[in-house]
Design a protein around this ligand. Structure first.
Ligand SMILES: [Zn+2]
Length: 80
């Protein structure tokens, strides 16, 4: 695999995107076989989790639904 996908979070203070977790190639392969191409999100604590922005060093609480990935790369990865 030449590409590497990551779940990203956006800092609410400085709007910088930073990596939450790397997505394993095996998980991407599974999503490619899924008819809906759904990439399962990492689990989060119910009341959110704290992460520190590498840009402005501000710690913020994030919810699971705030995770996102780079759509354009993902589209390329899913196309046969
Ligand atoms: Zn920041």
């Amino acid at each position: 695999m030449a590409f590497m996908l990551s779940w990203m979070l956006k800092c609410p203070k400085c709007s910088r995107n930073f990596t939450h977790t790397k997505i394993e190639p095996s998980i991407i392969e599974e999503a490619r076989r899924d008819p809906f191409g759904i990439l399962p999100k990492p689990t989060f604590a119910l009341d959110g989790e704290n992460y520190t922005c590498p840009g402005c060093k501000t710690e913020s609480v994030f919810q699971r639904q705030q995770l996102f990935y780079h759509d354009d790369i993902y589209d390329v990865a899913l196309r046969p």
